[in-house]
Design a protein around this ligand. Structure first.
Ligand code: SF4
Length: 331
């Protein structure tokens, strides 16, 4: 099957005082056409850096892809120039950023910001772009779009700004949408509306979506497949059913145990001890989760686990699932 996106052994590093530290370290995954993939993990696990790497929007002079491949519709894009990326960004691959208030430009009207994308990528007049912007605002559920196009971001509510971000992201009907915590800043009712909207646009436009979130409820509602990231690495990849009913990696199990569920009575929700190691303090060998893992074994500090298929549609990077011979062999 033709893949929409293929990420192979991606490494993205940041230059800190002359040394490169990897926030995304040897990450591989793929996205099929019309698939919605969830990427979960705590803050600092590399989810956003991975998506900025795909968009080639890493902070200039500090962040860089140091290794690996990113193939969009079969074509390598990891070495694309900025001009080449400008032709793809917004048109074929779009992104909804975390915080609409800081992502929208406060000095331009909503209409200008939606029209700009269409004028950059298609051969249409300003009047046609204005009409399309109004239609787009209508399609994302904004009432009085003729008035809203004349307004500035600060005049809108958080939910409306997020809808505007979605309108900008889908203006050119991209094939792949990367949504980075698209509902984090919103209250629960608006969050549900935005998710429903994203799903309906995905079905209508045959889009693939990479949905970055720390909210497992959002994953359950939206995704076909899930990638769990920890400290820059993928530790588990599977379908949504497996994630919720048969999680394997100790980190995933703790994440699952830390959310309230209506089908299970628990006295106290689980917490994960400690914090994600900082880039500078990342263990050089062994499992990066070792200091927080309740199942850690002696060899976990010296043998680095690798992602491996352990069951149908289920990949896990944890030494618990390797035979003792293999663990000894690579020690
Ligand atoms: Fe825990 Fe060891 Fe598995 Fe890492 S490899 S998650 S420390 S059991």
């Amino acid at each position: 099957m033709n893949l929409m996106l293929e990420v192979v052994n991606l490494k993205t590093g940041f230059d800190i005082e002359g040394e490169i530290y990897h926030a995304v370290d040897d990450v591989s995954f793929s996205v099929k056409p019309r698939q919605i993939i969830g990427v979960v993990g705590e803050s600092g696990c590399g989810k956003s850096v991975m998506s900025l790497s795909i968009m080639k929007l890493l902070p200039m002079g500090i962040g860089q892809i140091t290794d690996g491949e990113i193939k969009f519709q079969g074509k390598n894009i990891e070495n694309n120039s900025n001009d080449e990326m400008n032709k793809i960004r917004g048109k074929d691959i779009s992104m909804i950023f975390q915080e609409p208030m800081t992502s929208l430009n406060p000095v331009f009207t909503i209409g200008f910001q939606i029209e700009e994308v269409m004028l950059n990528h298609s051969n249409i007049t300003k009047k046609e772009a204005r009409n399309k912007a109004i239609d787009l605002l209508k399609s994302v559920g904004i009432s009085r779009p003729e008035k809203i196009v004349e307004e500035y971001p600060h005049q809108l509510s958080g939910g409306m700004r997020q809808r505007v971000m979605i309108a900008i992201a889908i203006a050119c009907q991209p094939k792949l949408l990367i949504a980075d915590e698209p509902t984090t800043a919103l209250d629960v009712t608006v969050q549900a509306q935005i998710l429903e909207l994203l799903k309906s646009i995905q079905e209508k436009n045959d889009m693939s979506i990479i949905l970055i979130t720390h909210d497992l409820g959002v994953v359950a509602e939206m995704c076909d497949e899930v990638i769990v990231m920890y400290a820059g690495k993928i530790v588990e990849r599977t379908n949504v059913d497996n994630l919720f009913y048969n999680p394997k990696h100790p980190y995933t199990k703790l994440l699952m145990a830390s959310i309230p569920r209506i089908d299970k009575e628990v006295e106290e929700l689980a917490t994960i001890q400690g914090i994600v190691p900082s880039l500078k303090n990342m263990p050089k060998t062994g499992c990066r989760f070792v200091d927080r893992c309740p199942s850690a074994m002696t060899e976990c500090s010296t043998v680095t686990p690798w992602l491996e298929t352990i069951d149908l549609d289920h990949d896990v990077a944890c030494l618990l699932y390797k035979s003792s011979d293999i663990r000894e062999g690579v020690r």
